[in-house]
Design a protein. Sequence first.
Length: 169
Amino acid sequence: MILPEQFDQNELFVLTSLLIFYSLLFWLPNRFPLSLIILMMISSATVARLTDHLLSGSKMNLYSIMDLDKYELFDFFTYLLYAPFGYFLVYGYDKFKLQGISVLLYILVWALGATAFGEISLLFGVFKYKEWEASYSFTYYFIMISLMLLVYRFFKRSYKLHKVEIYNR
């Protein structure tokens, strides 16, 4: 894997974000079985990787990630940021037992927060927009967050069907 040409603010931002997000993840009390945590985190990271491949790849090329147009080590690290994002998303959704209009508000808040984090990442040079805009990010996150919550509900229902205990502490 290619190393960055120089270690600067975007690599530092990614490492700092990883440290904060994963520290918070391990600090939170367990709510779910380990298998469900892994499923949600892998789902989040995979969706991010596939989306970035489609949108920042050679065909569309709407934005680039990190310093090089080639896949580098810190590109991989950016995908690791999406795993706790998915976990925190379903953690709050489950903890607060949201229903009705509160689910829509929850999705809106998360989409705004994710868009804001993307804009902060842009300031630190993690992303470089070519044909991309923040409004696209909001729309994308709104759709993806909605889908992630549906996936979580599917997993949760599957666990209940198979009588696997969901903690929900």
